[in-house]
Design a protein around this ligand. Structure first.
Ligand SMILES: *Cc1c(COP(=O)(O)O)cnc(C)c1O
Length: 392
């Protein structure tokens, strides 16, 4: 069956009334006929019918057994780390999402969980960084914001040979493009705030596990620690999922066009997009994902904060904002926005230079997006010429 048909068929209709939209069960508790005799639900932290639908549909999309929805992507990541105990170590991609970096270092280090950061784009680095205490390998592919690609299947083999779990933050790819559990990963997490929700109107996270045993542990943590997603936000994501395939296909087609345009522009030094043959791990990306996503970043020539500022405030279709994966195109300057909390040295060593600009390609006509970038890039070229003339 076609993927879209199968996704739409997996979202249930309401047997009670025939409502085609999943009902929002906005309730904390459920009446019991006698103590512990109920209709499958007793308290909404433990289980809620609307959240259940979301968890089942995303588990299916990721080819996993169990889904668990949380109040944010970071709460989902937090639940996975809670599988570990004091003395265990995490081996993580160095170009990790800033919020995960902050959680690992500022929250979990003091509970005795150590983290080794390595460049996972080379599998040898992962092999070398293992210690007897490494229990969890954590990667993102593509990474944020420089869109580095790591070989998920190869890293899964290394992790399993060392009795560790592999968790992949699949936020940037979405389940439409890449299914890490099929490639050997044990756990997938999503910031559902991004492509799954898809409309920049909520904050949410999801964990999906490959096997039921691990799924039960995550479900236990979800109930015991309590960072669940509410019924209304669960419903908003279910609604977003109905258009996920159509949206992601459009994001990918437009992003490739924009990336090809940017690569030829004289104001630009380098474009990072896994779909371009110039991307260092283009072959790995092509092997493990169906297409290359809606995120692009690029470095301006003579990268200074002033020039980047002028560019990101000159676009009209692209709105200046953090986040990604929504219907509207966004532009962001990581050095001053998403990655501002990282010390400058570390930031630069991760490729987040002052002239790096990140785009989230929305659903607008790609020709309009290119025209918008064209006028903004020409504006900075013109003001650079004017400055050069003044100092000459
Ligand atoms: C946004 C994001 C997160 C965090 O998700 P929140 O929903 O903001 O808590 C984690 N990982 C990646 C790759 C992200 O882009």
């Amino acid at each position: 069956m076609n993927n879209v048909t199968s996704l739409l068929n997996s979202i249930p209709t309401d047997p009670l009334t025939g409502a085609i939209s999943v009902p929002i069960y906005q309730t904390s508790t459920f009446i019991q006929e006698a103590p512990n005799v109920n209709k499958g639900y007793d308290y909404s932290r433990t289980g809620n019918p609307t959240r259940d639908v979301l968890e089942r549909v995303v588990a299916k999309l990721e080819h996993g057994t169990t889904g668990a929805a949380f109040g944010s992507g970071l709460a989902a990541i937090d639940a996975v780390v809670k599988l570990l105990k004091s003395g265990d170590e995490i081996l993580a991609v160095d170009d990790i999402y800033g919020g995960a970096f902050r959680m690992f270092n500022d929250i979990y280090q003091k509970f005795g969980i150590k983290v080794n950061y390595v460049d996972t784009t080379k599998v040898e680095n992962v092999v070398d960084a293992f210690t007897p205490d490494t229990k969890l390998v954590w990667i993102e592919s593509p990474t944020n914001p420089t869109l580095k690609i790591s070989d998920i299947a190869a890293i899964a083999s290394v992790a399993h040979a060392n009795d560790a779990l592999l968790c992949v933050d699949n936020t940037f790819a979405s389940p439409v493009l890449q299914n890490p559990l099929e490639l050997g990963a044990d756990i997938v997490v999503h910031s559902a705030t991004k492509y799954l929700g898809g409309h920049c109107d909520l904050i949410a996270g999801i964990v999906v596990t490959k096997n039921e045993e691990l799924g039960e542990k995550i479900k236990y943590i979800q109930n015991a620690s309590g960072a669940i997603l509410g019924p209304f936000d669960s419903w908003l994501i279910i609604r977003g999922l109905e258009t996920l395939y159509v949206r992601v296909q459009r994001h990918c087609e437009s992003a490739l066009k924009v990336a090809q345009y940017l690569e030829k522009h004289p104001a630009i030094e380098k474009v990072f997009y896994p779909g371009l043959p110039s991307h260092v791990n283009h072959d790995v990306a092509a092997k493990q994902s169906k297409a290359f996503g809606g995120m692009i970043s690029f470095v301006l020539k003579n990268d200074t904060i002033e020039i980047a500022d002028e560019l990101v405030t000159s676009t009209k279709c692209f709105k200046l904002a953090e986040s990604l994966g929504g219907t509207k195109s966004l532009i962001c300057h990581p050095a001053q926005m998403t990655h501002a909390s990282m010390p400058a040295e570390i930031r630069k060593s991760h490729g987040v230079s002052d002239g790096l600009v990140r785009l989230s390609i929305g659903l607008e006509d790609p020709e309009d997006l290119i025209a918008d970038l064209e006028q903004a890039l020409n504006k900075i070229l013109k003001s650079k010429k004017e400055k050069a003339a003044l100092t000459a």
